[in-house]
Design a protein around this ligand. Structure first.
Ligand SMILES: [Zn+2]
Length: 221
């Protein structure tokens, strides 16, 4: 058990999660050492890559991100579609400090030419691409996943009826299949929509809306 000024008594991993909106306050708080106990940064999308690069440079910890529907097309060959020094977790998995991560970028398709937008069917096909890695985790670690990182919320959790904010059913499927302990997402500006920020999915997964940022402590396995 360690003690840290900001965090109080802590036992788990401390994560700074960000999404959707740059918080001016962070530009002051980071240099002041306010987030000095942070061990990992996770971005749930729709943030300028310069902002992510700023955070990872100052905090000097691993940063994992997924692209949102307002980011550049991550499939592009352009290096401008990558955040330097950060790890794009879209359709990828990682094991960092013993924590099993997987990522799924984008949102529901609401514009025909929209970037990083998918129909429900397309999202299922993408989610299926994660299964081999998740299977390997289950064999190797005895569990498939600890933290699912997405831009979109699940279907029916933290979403709404509008075309652009409907959740992706493929995310519910991934949560059901993996029993991940945490799901971090963005895309929903809960302050405007007045929605709850936390939910519990199927009694197994804490679904956390990250917008615009939050500090999370995840217990060690
Ligand atoms: Zn979004």
């Amino acid at each position: 058990m360690r003690r840290n000024g900001y965090w109080g008594t802590i036992t788990g991993m401390k994560i700074l999660a960000v999404s959707d909106q740059e918080v001016e306050q962070i530009y002051d708080l980071v240099p002041q050492g306010f987030f000095s106990g942070i061990e990992m940064i996770i971005s749930c999308g729709d943030l300028r890559y310069e902002y992510l690069e700023y955070l990872v440079t100052l905090l000097n910890v691993d940063l994992y991100y997924v692209p949102g529907n307002h980011d550049l097309d991550y499939n592009s060959d352009s290096t401008a579609a990558r955040a330097a020094g950060c790890t794009n977790l879209d359709l990828g998995t990682a094991c960092s400090k013993g924590l099993l991560l997987a990522g799924f970028g984008g949102s529901i398709k609401y514009r025909p030419e929209g970037t990083n937008q998918y129909t429900q069917t397309e999202a299922f096909l993408r989610a299926a691409m994660l299964l081999p890695s998740l299977w390997r985790n289950r064999l190797r670690y005895g569990r498939a996943l600890d933290v699912l990182v997405t831009h979109s919320p699940p279907y029916g959790v933290h979403d709404d009826e509008s075309r652009s904010h409907r959740g992706l059913k493929a995310i519910n499927w991934l949560l059901d299949w993996t029993k991940a302990r945490y799901h971090l997402h963005g895309h929903i500006h809960f302050i405007q929509s007045n929605l709850a920020r936390d939910a519990l999915w199927q009694g197994t997964t804490s679904v956390l809306n990250v917008y615009p940022y939050r500090l999370i402590e995840i217990e060690n396995v």
